[in-house]
Ligand binder design. Structure first.
Ligand code: XIL
Length: 565
């Protein structure tokens, strides 16, 4: 590979992970290929997670924001129960988050498969700060991985000019069975009949009047997270941000501004102003989040109380009461507890049942806000993390059984390299629906730089979620590259150019699932259509006169009378 810097110089792969004893690694010699040795990795028994067994090597040189990095290797399945062996390629930062920079799930049969994975770094990554991993936590198998190179081309090579192994997901096909069923359900549950009758002042029907039935707002919640700064700032980008938000979303959540560390010294007046901006536009706002009980996620003043459980308990209670009361009547929902599976520092110190108190306190402080438990790792990552899923299910069941006032299930939906089959997504929604609480897809992001794949998955994930009767909202975790925790996921690039993923969102939310029909009245003065649930403006025109009516279309349907005098 020419003119690049190797990122693996002198660094070799080692077998790591919480269950590394389930794997073996040997070097083998290879002939007849462009490389002469390969790693032969055997998984002797399936570990509990994909990442509990992996090959890992740290980077040996710096990467700068904007650099184009190219990883290239070959894989071959040696033995497995299906004939195919798997690995997931991950390029990730270190603990505790292991944030992913690039990911790809790969399978191979007995022939060598060449794999090319280019990406452009969005931030500086010093040598040793990131690692290249090959996950091996699959069913019993042996896989060969050979000729691994990772090269930093800096800005000398364009991302688009490098070869790329295409990723996909099951269920992407146009004629996939889940899709047809989902579209049928959408037609049935997300739409209703609207009958408009146009009469004159004496009540006589007016035939042949033109009736324009125009949807103004969705009943279903389509939202995004926002930041106080961009809602208030006076700059061309901030203006564009607000304008774009208003044109695409009817629900909002603050990405960070309502979190405990942000309000620990009092609720900043700017947060109230930004919230008012949203409420003035009739945007529904979720509260996120009251208790994110990880040690490094709490205010430092709270962690400092660590050796005094009673003081900790009091501080958490007073925080909930203060913040929820402050916003009383203004928020539709609160994530009372966030990510308890990975973050349980407070529960470890105070006991699991402290969560029950938190829900009760939130209910007392604002009886109108619906109270949620929110978590990741449920539908993302292929829907494979059964342990996380079970724990989430059991925690909700536990809260319900303990009379904690929990009203809803927040499923984060941050997708990385492994895109979950929409059929599996639906199955998981079904499972949590048995708990008898509504679901909201609270933090959708699709972190891929394969624009076509990303656009398709947006379409399919949204279609699956919108088709599920127990899902009531889909919230994006950001929409603009410059203000996004995973910038690749944004609908709009930094210069506001719309990406295919943005086109997919708009195409569904503003076109396919948006009703804009003109129907002429029949001899009885009636015009009928089937429209998506939501708010409508109905304009009837006859004899040069026009009358406008508004209606909210609910299930099972509505009738509206328009009188043209
Ligand atoms: C993230 C924000 O997007 C980042 O800006 C911040 O640095 C860390 O938190 N799950 C959650 C969100 O519930 O609150 C997280 O938001 C993303 C993962």
């Amino acid at each position: 590979m020419n003119s690049g810097t190797s990122l693996l110089a002198g660094h070799s792969f080692a077998l790591v992970g919480d269950q590394k004893e389930l794997g073996t690694l040997e070097q083998i010699n290879i002939t007849g290929q462009a490389f002469t040795t390969a790693m032969r990795a055997t998984t002797t028994r399936q570990p509990t997670t994909e990442w509990n067994l992996q090959l890992k090597a740290q980077t040996s040189a710096n990467i700068k924001a904007g650099d184009v990095v190219f990883t290239h290797f070959w894989i071959r399945g040696v033995e497995s129960m299906t004939g195919e062996s798997f690995t997931s390629f991950e390029f990730e930062l270190g603990p505790p988050d292991f944030n992913k920079i690039s990911e790809l799930r790969l399978g191979a049969g007995h022939d060598w498969r060449e794999c090319s994975i280019p990406f452009k770094a969005s931030a500086d990554i010093p040598a040793g700060a990131a690692a290249i991993c090959f996950r091996l936590g699959f069913d019993r198998q042996t896989i060969d991985i050979g000729g691994v190179e990772m090269v930093n081309f800096g800005t000398r090579v364009k991302l688009e000019d490098l070869p790329r192994t295409r990723d996909t997901y099951p269920g992407r096909e146009a004629d996939a069975a889940w899709r047809k069923q989902a579209l049928d359900r959408i037609e049935k549950i997300r739409k209703a009949d609207l009958l408009v009758t146009v009469t004159d002042a004496s009540g006589k029907p007016i035939p042949n009047a033109a009736v324009h039935i125009l949807q103004k707002r969705h009943a279903f919640r389509f939202g995004s997270c926002v930041t106080v700064d961009l809602l208030l700032e006076d700059s061309p980008d901030a203006e564009k941000y607000r304008h774009t938000f208003e044109s695409l979303f009817n629900e909002a959540v603050f990405e960070n501004d309502m979190k405990w560390p942000e309000v620990a010294n009092g609720i900043p007046p700017r947060l109230d102003l930004a919230l008012q901006w949203l409420l003035d536009r009739k945007i529904q706002v979720r509260g996120h989040n009251l208790i994110w009980p990880g040690r490094r996620l709490l205010p430092t003043s709270i962690v400092a109380l660590g050796n005094n459980p009673q003081a900790l308990r009091d501080a958490a209670a007073s925080h909930i009461t203060t913040e929820v009361s402050h916003f009383r009547g203004k928020l539709i929902q609160w994530d009372v507890v966030n990510e308890p599976y990975a973050n349980h520092y407070l529960m470890d110190l105070l006991g699991r049942d402290v969560m029950i108190d938190w829900y009760k306190l939130a209910r007392q402080a604002d009886p109108s806000a619906k109270l949620f438990l929110n978590d990741y790792g449920i539908i993302d990552g292929g829907g494979l993390d059964i342990k996380h899923q079970d724990s989430f299910y059991n925690t909700i069941q536990y809260l319900k059984d303990s009379s904690a006032p929990i009203d809803g299930i927040g499923i984060q939906s941050h997708f990385g390299g492994i895109l979950t089959d929409p059929a599996r997504v639906l199955q998981i929604f079904d499972r949590y629906s048995t708990l008898g609480l509504p679901i909201e897809s609270t933090e959708l992001s699709i972190n891929s730089d394969d624009r076509e794949l990303q656009g398709d998955y947006m379409r399919d994930y949204m279609t699956a979620a919108f088709s599920h009767p127990n899902v009531h909202g889909i919230m994006l975790w950001g929409f603009w590259e410059k203000r996004h925790w995973r910038p690749q996921s944004a609908l709009f690039a930094t210069n506001w150019e719309m990406r295919p993923i943005g086109k997919a969102w708009i195409d569904l939310v503003r076109k396919q699932w948006w009703t804009d029909a003109t129907v002429n009245t029949n001899a009885d003065g009636q015009a009928q259509t089937r429209g998506f649930l939501g708010d409508y403006e109905i304009t009837a025109t006859a004899g040069g006169k026009t009358k406008i009516a508004t209606v909210t279309l609910d299930s099972p349907g509505d009738k509206v009378k328009v009188v043209i005098e």
